[in-house]
Write a protein that binds this ligand. Sequence first.
Ligand code: SAH
Length: 189
Amino acid sequence: MLRVPREDFIPSHYRDYAYMEVPLPIPGRNATISCPHSYPLFYEALNLDRGDKFLEVGAGSGYGAALAREIVGSEGYVVTVEIDPETYRFAKENLYKLGYTDIEIVLGDGSYGYPAKAPYDKICITASCRRIPEPLIRQLKPNGRLITPMGPPNSEQDLVLLVKGSDGELKISYIDKVLYVPLRGPYGY
Ligand code: SAH
């Protein structure tokens, strides 16, 4: 987090608030950059580590993808999918300006994942779903982990962690209460 300048992922009129513990609006419908502490909350539970192949659903500002890139290092890989074309352009510009040209940024519905680079070690959904999208579970490696907020918009949601066993068995645990924008599409709201 010390390496990635959060202020460069925020529209200029909100830059002064870059390090406050609040989500901030970014271009697009319903898009925000999440509050700072949510990134370690998600990535520590995921056990995101050097060499991981990582998929993010909801690129938003691009900040989460940049942090992930710093963690997985050059042996790892980061793909981020964004459904809103205006937000997608914002993420892409931010990441390119800062030199994160090796992050793959995809425009589309991330609840279907990104089969071209599957399977993934870790998957992070940064919008609140109704149920965990099955395509994402399929695109997770054995011993892989997926984290997502679950629950309706505008009320506290459960942050849940799904761990896929080496035999494909799924275990879900509760991490914390969070407040995220709704996931769009058939698995969201
Ligand atoms: N991770 C982002 C914050 C994301 S906010 C960051 O670090 O800034 C949630 C984002 O999810 C919004 O940009 C929203 O447009 C996007 N989104 C919602 N539903 C989606 C879907 N089905 N597929 C991909 N992106 C989606």
